[in-house]
Ligand binder design. Sequence first.
Ligand code: SF4
Length: 306
Amino acid sequence: MNKAELKAAILQAKEETGTLVLAHTYQDPDIIDIADITGDSFALSKAAAGIPDKKRVLLCGVRFMADTVKILSPEKKVVLSHRSATCPMAEQIAPERVRAFREANPDVCVCAYINTSTELKAECDVCVTSSTAVKIVKALPSDRILFIPDQNLGGYVSQFVPEKEIILWDGCCPTHHSVSVKDIQDAKAVHPGAKIAVHPECRKEVVALCDFIGSTSEIINYCLSVDDDVIIATERGVCDKLRRDYPERGFYQLAQNKLTCPNMKMTTLQNVYDALLGNFGDVIEIEEELRLKAKRSIDNMLKYGG
Ligand code: SF4
């Protein structure tokens, strides 16, 4: 099948199987075309939970995202589009290390970026997204916070909460962490009038040179709210989509080779089609006790973050 035929076959298979297809914003634009809902990871989980009629969900993204859908909607059959698509940051810490840290520091509140495995979420007190992290850390009743796993997001948050001790782990997103100050300088030299929008998973010295800092959806909103050209310093899926939807605008990808997450780009249209037919992907199973522990961290995220 050519691409157009494959897309048509996917739409038909979605209909016949009653499957809701979710695609993270970092997916290839072709995957986004055939998805029912596109967005940040937690937005996808919430959206799926809000559609009780859909009992089958196919998540095009990485494993922790499909896990989060299952944590919130245990009654649904949740399939990850590609078995090997995992987020390296989500699994950078063994849960036992967090347990050991907590035993040595009983006063600490463990705060986990949503980009963590289910096992890590189960060890934590609260989750955060990149757009809610500052608000939640401020609202937590504890003055000592262990922030895992992303040192860059944790460091960014700590600037806004000087009254609390934020202990950082040494994890990071290898994709965003790879961006350098020179990448910013090079892009500014090519597009001197453009603003720069960056994700807080990038290094502190990179973030310091940018005009706007925000989550994936906040970056999209920023790009659409300004008249200026914008250099986009996050995974290239955001810029690819914006360029396609607004070809008349000046949106430029920063360091394209570095800001291409190989795990996010694993899923192909053929994978999606095969997964819809039950011949590909990975059905997510989470043991109930573990699910409830992980869900407590997400419930606390909603409690403190609204
Ligand atoms: S872009 Fe970074 S945080 Fe997102 S899935 Fe890839 S490695 Fe993980």
